[in-house]
Design a protein around this ligand. Sequence first.
Ligand code: SF4
Length: 78
Amino acid sequence: MKTKDNVFSNSDITVTYNPCACTHADHCAKELSNVFQNSVIPWIDLEGAPTKKIIRQVKKCPSGALSFHYNKKEKKVA
Ligand code: SF4
């Protein structure tokens, strides 16, 4: 997993976190604690759950602090 400040990627998606928008209601940490962990750094571990589950949780973020996009698949040149 690549980690750059508040940008987190696995092989499928990239999740971004905007701390200024976060209302700290802990929805994400309570509902998908294998991915969103308050007590460790980096606090988002995209290896902690299947991508579909992570996307579902990101969409539930009430403040819009979490967002995601699908990674572009790089074409391999033979
Ligand atoms: S669900 Fe969104 S607003 Fe709530 S703690 Fe997580 S990032 Fe912050």
